[in-house]
Design a protein around this ligand. Structure first.
Ligand SMILES: Cc1cc2nc3c(=O)[nH]c(=O)nc-3n(C[C@H](O)[C@H](O)[C@H](O)COP(=O)(O)OP(=O)(O)OC[C@H]3O[C@@H](n4cnc5c(N)ncnc54)[C@H](O)[C@@H]3O)c2cc1C
Length: 336
């Protein structure tokens, strides 16, 4: 791939352009890099991580996307174990109702976003750059960024939520095989309204600091102070998918007030400040049959993300690795 434009410190010859530096994109990038491919990740966010997100309000810190991760697949279990050894994650809690075989819920240390930062430490990531289109050309793929920059690559991997990936392809006039297009067009995500509240004293959420109410508009409430994320009292509230959908277009401050009222019994202290964030693509409703989808073999184009291997951090990592394997395989045949 040749870089056009004035971006410095990134490789000039790139084999694979990866859109999205969430867990899927980062996992694929680090795998491809280890196998000798030159990669470049481009993400519209100010930092890597996507839905593995943390945020500060004054002295308070919040995990406001994924709250913890679980590991079942042996390869992901091994990754999490390495992260534990070097202090990137630690066990937050185990569910008591799962019996002796219960698996740990891991939290990033100090925040969930630390896991993404760790994954991004030795892969080149262009941040705060939105990819607007991806166009096929004789040598591979050409990505156009909102900034006007253009990148050319032999192969491409798309990891944003599926509707966002489809919009990038459509803007580039890249027609998909009809069967794949119909399938991808039907991928839907739950929405999630997240309230980040700063308190003037400790929250009343019992240890370990996270609970999922059985009824009402709240799906999850976490005490970031008890969890070890925040020095100051700070709660994250995730509304249910039903509440989030119904109230999506309503004034966000009003929604936040309603959710904080519903959480009153868990708060125990006054809210001094709050913000509301809307996750338009929170979790895929349905998971695809294969862990990634090859949309073109020549030039190689793969789509991946949690919609393909499970609506969790683990699913995103497995999908990223599957995409890396598929790209390596196609690249091997292309070189013959
Ligand atoms: C509220 C919430 C709670 C959750 N709780 C949990 C949990 O407790 N445990 C768990 O395991 N999972 C949880 N999840 C799910 C988990 O966060 C996701 O499954 C996982 O992080 C998805 O990773 P990904 O790489 O597939 O996608 P993403 O993290 O969405 O990454 C995609 C990236 O693409 C970028 N992007 C999009 N469009 C463009 C563009 N045009 N140009 C450039 N970049 C672009 C985005 O900025 C983003 O960084 C939760 C998610 C949410 C939202």
């Amino acid at each position: 791939m040749e870089q056009e434009g004035a971006v410095q410190d990134f490789p000039h010859k790139i084999d694979i352009l990866i859109v999205g530096a969430g867990v899927a994109g980062l996992s694929a990038a680090s795998d491809l890099r280890q196998s000798g491919r030159t990669v470049l990740l481009v993400d519209k966010g100010r930092g890597p991580g996507g839905r593995l997100a943390s945020r500060r309000i004054g002295g308070a810190t919040f995990d406001h996307g994924a709250q913890f991760l679980t590991a079942r697949d042996p390869r992901f279990v091994a990754s999490v174990d390495r992260w534990r050894t070097i202090g990137v994650v630690e066990e937050w809690f185990r569910s008591s109702d799962e019996g002796p075989g219960s698996h740990p819920r891991w939290r990033g240390k100090p925040t969930m976003n630390e896991i993404a930062r760790h994954l991004a430490r030795d892969v080149p990531v262009l941040l705060a750059k939105r990819v607007v289109s991806l166009r096929r050309d004789p040598d591979g793929w050409v990505a156009h960024l909102e900034t006007g920059e253009t990148f050319r690559a032999g192969a491409a991997l798309l990891t944003p939520p599926v509707p966002q990936s489809l919009a990038i392809l459509e803007a580039g006039g890249s027609a998909l095989p009809p069967k794949e297009k119909a399938r991808l067009d039907s991928v839907e995500y739950e929405r999630c309204l997240a309230v980040l509240g700063v308190l003037d004293g400790p929250a009343r959420i019992p240890p370990p600091g996270g609970l999922a109410p059985a009824e009402g508009p709240i799906a999850w409430i976490a005490d970031n102070q008890k969890k070890g994320v925040s020095a100051a009292p700070a709660v994250t509230i995730h509304a249910t998918a039903a509440f989030s959908l119904e109230h999506w277009d309503r004034d966000r401050k009003d929604c936040g007030r309603e959710l904080l009222r519903a959480a009153e019994v868990c708060l125990g202290s006054a809210v001094t400040e709050y913000q509301v964030h809307g996750w338009r693509y929170s979790k895929p409703v349905r998971v695809e049959e294969s862990p990634c989808l090859i949309l073109s073999e020549s030039p190689p184009l793969v789509i991946a993300g949690d919609a393909f291997a499970g609506p969790r951090v683990e699913g995103a990592a497995l999908s990223g690795w599957a995409a890396a394997d598929a790209l390596k395989q196609m690249n091997r045949f292309a070189n013959r």
